[in-house]
Design a protein around this ligand. Sequence first.
Ligand code: ZN
Length: 220
Amino acid sequence: MPDYQHHWKDGTPVHLPLGKIVCIGRNYAEHARELNNPVPDEPLLFIKPATSAVHITRPLDFPRNQGEVHFETELAVLIGRPLTRASASEAESAILGYGLALDLTLRELQSKLKDKGQPWERAKGFDGACPLSPFVSAEKFSGAPIHFTLDIDGNRQQTGDTGDMLNPIVPLIVHISSQFTLLPGDVVLTGTPKGVGPLISRQTLSLELEDLLFVETKVV
Ligand code: ZN
């Protein structure tokens, strides 16, 4: 049974339930290109269920026999207020914290679903498909572009800079809230930069968000 609960970096719980995880595909042009996907003209949204969330420090586990599972390192935004058709200032003031997530993806299954024009949930919504780090209070961020990295077994694999996003964070939240209401405790995943690849047993993944958060996890 999933037993995920949001936490702050200092280990204290965030007293908000996780409802849904709203994700954007292809928010970095170079990542869209590495998968030979066109860059969409409006945000490509999908939702991972709350049951996909796990604490990132747990050994990463995922379905077997359905092809490769890819990691996608993403900046995660913790929503603190209800947002329905929000303005930019409402969206900005609803950001409670930032963390890091892995948008785990059964890539071969996703390709098959895409080819058939079917939804992606089976490829992206399985139990454990959304490892989430603790969150750092939004007050610690100045509003400048945010940087994050993923190292695998000590080698740099992904480098993210929110300045490279096709849909920056606040306009993205505004857009999401024009499509469906966001509630306190919901999380927005803001897309992955290039460098995605398959998880392999016993890899060690080290994720860093500015100099504010460092988490490490292992593949089962
Ligand atoms: Zn993603």
